[in-house]
Design a protein around this ligand. Sequence first.
Ligand SMILES: NC(=O)c1ccc[n+]([C@@H]2O[C@H](COP(=O)([O-])OP(=O)(O)OC[C@H]3O[C@@H](n4cnc5c(N)ncnc54)[C@H](O)[C@@H]3O)[C@@H](O)[C@H]2O)c1
Ligand SMILES: CC(C)[C@H](C(=O)O)[C@@H](O)C(=O)O
Ligand SMILES: [Mg+2]
Length: 357
Amino acid sequence: MKRTFKIAVLPGDGIGPEIMEAAIEVLNAVSKKYDLQFEYKEGLIGGAAIDATGDPLPDETLKIAKESDAVLLAAVGGEKWDNLPTDKRPEKGLLRIRKELELFANLRPGKAYTALLDSSPLKETLIKGVDLVVIRELTGGIYFGEPRGIEERKGEKVGFNTMIYYEHEVKRIAKLAFEIARGRKKKVTSVDKANVLEVSALWREIVTETHSDYQDVELEHMYVDNCAMQLVRRPKDFDVIVTGNLFGDILSDEAGALTGSLGMLPSASIGERYALYEPVHGSAPDIAGQGIANPIAMILSAAMMLDITCKVPQAARDIENAVEKVLNEGYRTGDIWSPGTKKVNTKEMTEAIIEHI
Ligand SMILES: NC(=O)c1ccc[n+]([C@@H]2O[C@H](COP(=O)([O-])OP(=O)(O)OC[C@H]3O[C@@H](n4cnc5c(N)ncnc54)[C@H](O)[C@@H]3O)[C@@H](O)[C@H]2O)c1
Ligand SMILES: CC(C)[C@H](C(=O)O)[C@@H](O)C(=O)O
Ligand SMILES: [Mg+2]
């Protein structure tokens, strides 16, 4: 029996529309094999939405998202909108949709591909076998804390934000991290700055408390500065990294660079009711409009959707295997290209992946 899923499609800005088209072609290819049907509904977000409506997240887009089984989002942002105030920028649309859909956890897997070992800035011996996931808290912390602002004090301007975590926010992300670790190598590294910040001291206390229900999982605590360093020194020692919104943003880009390119890194933003799938990278304005972006992060984000929302893990594995095969065959977009490999554009990479599905 055919299973139908409603998918909200939010291409956004820069390379967004180019990589979204690629992901939809791959989903359509896989749908035939697994008797799935996708009903896509496109919405505006980010700069594209500002240009059309003045709002980076129009009500109509939120409505489409809430009426869907899953949201696919490519990327937002660009120079054109960089001088707008923080709460009017394209990025605000992304932050708001995460908050409105209560997507409290962002799963960002980072895996070393054998074929890409020479694209990593690290030595092959360090990077071979890396398989980790950063679980980033996504609807709290300094991104959303109040008070925030820029104001005049003592005759000069002052900018301020608040890093704040409620106990329940830490507990639910910690629980998820332990659950996910149970299906992996059973190790959680909780990353904070508890030697300086009260918010981190509480984070550490709640994670430790939550761990008492997961004694089969190893828990270690690490300061964020040390973690940034250990990630390049011994990345293989990490399994699940759980951390707050800001630290997770930074560490996941770092993990991306380790394994080759940001253009390879998918993510899933999940909550109790909704799920949104988005690459870790941004709108890459420097290469937008040229048809040369790496579509793999977006395609693998769609694969995470097949796994988590559609619950067809085999279809997700098919896509992941197809990606691995084209990399083994030497196909490379510019960001992962090295001498001796075949340089391809977005379309050619997508077609090569589809051929292996
Ligand atoms: N989720 C999102 O929508 C998101 C995430 C990060 C940044 N942004 C926004 O994107 C804009 C650009 O930000 P940035 O330059 O700091 O980060 P970026 O991730 O867009 O780009 C960083 C570098 O990586 C390259 N890159 C990224 N994705 C790639 C891909 N798929 N294929 C090939 N190369 C790729 C870019 O060309 C660039 O050199 C900003 O407006 C920023 O706010 C959006
Ligand atoms: C564009 C920006 C708001 C966003 C974030 O900081 O969360 C991005 O960097 C990401 O990693 O998804
Ligand atoms: Mg980021």
